[in-house]
Design a protein. Structure first.
Length: 172
């Protein structure tokens, strides 16, 4: 549990991931280059940008996806957030964030990386930075009822074919 273990897990995820599209192949290479130059790049203290752990939370039947109306971003986005030094891996950080932000116990994470995105943002550091999101697919148990946390303005299930127009959620 350290910056080193987070860095190692992020690097291994990206090295073993086979992106399905050209743009994702480019972001994979950019993230690997970033990690090669930023030993503490998985922690929010790295102000120029940092790896973040995101979760695409699907309903048990994969017909809906759970999104949060993020107060700082002002749009519906996937759950997730910053890695903490207490997280063993980036995947563990994504599961922790998804559980905290959804209030749902029993979430199940698929193995491997689901996708990757980069977003310019002014996060809790208070300065412009980049969130380099590693995305994980997580499935909620049948009948799961989300409970909004203080980190969200709103939280709800959306049909995968009916996401809000201004959302920026990667779905396969």
């Amino acid at each position: 549990m350290s910056a080193e273990s987070l860095h190692k897990s992020a690097t291994e995820l990206l090295e073993t991931w086979s992106p399905p599209t050209g743009p994702e192949q480019s972001i994979r290479e950019a993230m690997l280059a970033f990690l090669g130059s930023a030993p503490r790049g998985c922690l929010r203290e790295h102000a120029a940008g940092h790896i973040t752990a995101s979760a695409i939370v699907f309903s048990h039947d994969e017909r809906k996806v759970l999104l949060t109306l993020h107060p700082r971003v002002g749009r519906w986005i996937q759950l997730g957030g910053h890695c903490e030094e207490s997280d063993d891996t980036v995947a563990a950080a994504a599961l922790r964030e998804a559980t905290e932000e959804s209030g749902i116990d029993g979430l199940v994470m698929a193995s491997g990386l689901y996708g990757a995105q980069a977003h310019p943002i002014t996060c809790s550091l208070g300065v412009p930075t980049r969130h380099l999101d590693l995305l994980f697919k997580i499935t909620a148990p049948e009948g799961a009822v989300p409970v909004r946390s203080s980190e969200s303005t709103d939280l709800r299930w959306w049909p995968v074919d009916g996401l809000p127009a201004d959302s920026d959620v990667l779905l396969r």
